[in-house]
Design a protein around this ligand. Structure first.
Ligand code: URA
Ligand code: SF4
Length: 196
């Protein structure tokens, strides 16, 4: 069993926080373990809870179309969430749930060693970098502890605000342009340096 499969198994069986009591299925990360980028959302929603896979509902469709528009398949990237079980009624996961579950995310990152981590929305921004106001910082490249991050809006936000479809799609295009530059060994502009 690969290291990622082991984590997947642990997530499936996990009872470390109270969300295990209300979930139908845990939702481990999914995708290419050699991906240059890991996408990180907030937590599973209803469809994800039902299927055990991340971003398979309406928000997932928005993410898929943003990728499709620049010719990137979902299978070629790795997609996960800060919290792996659905919070009741899709409430925002609380700090205990986030800090308990983020250990799995940190392990996924350590194994995949992505060039860049794409943060989707405020909850992931806050959990991973302690940030807030994603709409102000989206589109930016962040470096912290020698790891690059790219910030963008949560795909679900584009459902309520159609204007954000263009924003998300433009950001994802910039993300892959940045990845291409990194792969070519070119210097990329880091917009924000975080110190830990
Ligand atoms: N929203 C998220 O943050 N993650 C999912 O997997 C689905 C919807
Ligand atoms: Fe375990 Fe995370 Fe699910 Fe809580 S949310 S039970 S920590 S997998």
């Amino acid at each position: 069993m690969s290291k990622l499969e082991k984590i997947k198994q642990q997530v499936v069986e996990c009872t470390k926080c109270d969300l295990c009591k209300t979930r139908t299925n845990s939702v481990p990360g999914k995708g290419n373990f050699k991906s240059d980028v890991i996408f990180v959302g907030e937590a599973p929603g209803r469809n994800e809870d039902k299927n055990g896979e991340p971003f398979v509902g309406a928000a997932g469709k928005r993410l898929s179309s943003a990728l499709e528009e620049i010719g990137v398949t979902r299978d070629s990237v790795y997609i996960t969430n800060v919290v792996k079980c659905r919070p009741p009624n899709n409430r925002v996961p609380n700090t205990t749930e986030r800090s308990t579950c983020v250990d799995y995310l940190n392990q996924e990152i350590a194994i995949i060693e992505p060039e860049i981590i794409c943060i989707l929305g405020n909850t992931a921004f806050n959990s991973i970098l302690g940030g807030s106001e994603i709409t102000k910082y989206r589109g930016k490249v962040v470096r912290k502890d020698n790891q690059l991050y790219f910030l963008t809006v949560h795909p679900a936000a584009t459902i309520y605000n159609q204007e954000l479809i263009k924003v998300l799609n433009g950001d994802i295009a910039k993300l892959f342009y940045t990845i291409a530059q990194l792969k070519e060994g070119k210097k990329v502009t880091v917009d924000i340096e975080y110190s830990s």
